[in-house]
Design a protein around this ligand. Structure first.
Ligand SMILES: [Zn+2]
Length: 367
């Protein structure tokens, strides 16, 4: 296979030229640059939150770029295990570690769950960045992550999580997914809820710090606390998202069977995580590395302050036969009425607010 050299962040790596597939995950995926950039920014903040010696794990390392960037760009990461089950990937990771003169990397060639099972309560951070679903690695990660540690989880199986293949979602994540105007936010909540349930078996609580979606993947970054009360608190935030296909009303509930105010029975998604997907202080401390991330972090900081439901402006306009409005106009109108409102990182037309649907419709109708 032909290789070329790619620069990203502080590192230069040899990568194979070709298309990344499930069979050949050793290829380099440039579309994940933003994911890696955000992950580096998150890890810098996370590192400052801990006084321990840090050992991290890049579980499905591919060409090694993610783990090498963490070592080069995040201060005080004492060592990193870069692992890939694929022998070709293993060879290129070793080559790239040497190329970057990175002495604190330990390169392994093991099946992900074998590696995790060998390191009980060992890692301060585990990155799970699979091609497809992370589901099969969550149990191992739940055991291998330390108290006060962090998990970074990517999922690219958006079809099941966002409601196109609900049966697969139920099988894989034990939750019903639902296709709506905000299906990706729901998908992220299903995945977060699943991580919460898996970790709670080990008396570990999962606290999401930052979540987002892009066209091809979801990314969740959260803190892990080994404490029964933290695990109980995380589990208490599980519930259902009820959704009315007729009027667009949505809400969280402990039950999945209710009648909407418009008289129609709610459809539902879940069980899923119903708490805040962002930690206000954590996102405040993020340092953007370029203008793309700066725009994203600006929206994130506003959104993290709003504890409410998410709506797609176009969908609300269409259901109520109203002309579409700009999202910033809707946000200002809701704020004038003393509700909390902001744009959302889950899409350019999405708004998060604690205002009830009738107030949102009133605002849209006024414009
Ligand atoms: Zn309704």
């Amino acid at each position: 296979m032909q290789t070329k050299i790619v620069s990203e962040g502080a590192c230069k790596v040899h990568v194979y030229e070709g298309k990344i597939t499930k069979k050949d995950p050793v290829f380099f995926n440039p579309e994940m640059k933003f994911n890696r950039d955000i992950s580096v920014a998150c890890l810098k903040v996370a590192r400052e939150m801990s006084s321990e010696t840090w050992v991290i794990c890049d579980l499905l390392s591919g060409c090694g770029i993610r783990g090498i960037r963490y070592l080069l760009e995040v201060p005080d990461v004492e060592s990193a295990v870069l692992n890939d089950a694929n022998p070709t990937a293993f060879e290129i990771i070793k080559k790239n570690v040497g190329f970057n003169k990175e002495k604190s990397a330990i390169v392994e060639n093991l099946e992900g769950n074998v590696l995790l099972s060998m390191h009980n309560n060992k890692f301060n951070f585990i990155d799970i960045d699979p091609f497809g679903s992370p589901a099969m690695f969550l149990d191992g990660a739940g055991r291998a992550v330390r108290h006060g540690g962090f998990l970074g989880v990517t999922a690219t199986d958006l079809g099941p999580l966002a409601g196109t293949y609900p049966k697969t979602c139920l099988r894989r994540y034990g939750a019903k997914s639902l296709k709506t105007d905000v299906m990706h936010e729901t998908g992220v909540r299903i995945l977060t809820g699943h991580i919460t349930r898996v970790l709670s078996k080990y008396d570990k609580g999962f606290l999401p710090l930052l979540c987002f979606c892009s066209r091809h993947y979801y990314r969740i970054f959260g803190e892990v606390k080994k404490s029964r009360s933290c695990a109980d608190k995380a589990v208490a935030a599980l519930g259902y998202m009820l959704y009315c296909h007729k009027c667009g009303r949505r809400k969280y509930s402990k039950f999945n069977k209710e009648i909407c105010e418009c008289g129609v029975e709610f459809d539902y998604a879940g069980p899923l995580y119903t708490g805040n997907l962002f930690d206000v202080d954590f996102v405040q401390r993020l340092e953007p590395m370029d203008s793309k991330m700066e725009k994203f972090v600006d929206v994130l900081r506003e959104e993290s302050k709003v504890d409410g439901m998410i709506y797609d402006v176009h969908e609300i306009c269409s259901l109520n036969k109203l002309e579409t409005v700009r999202r910033d106009c809707l946000v200002s109108c809701l704020r004038e009425k003393d509700y909390r409102a902001s744009g959302s990182v889950f899409g350019g037309h999405t708004v998060r607010t604690d205002a009830p649907l009738n107030v949102i419709v009133e605002c849209v109708g006024k414009k």
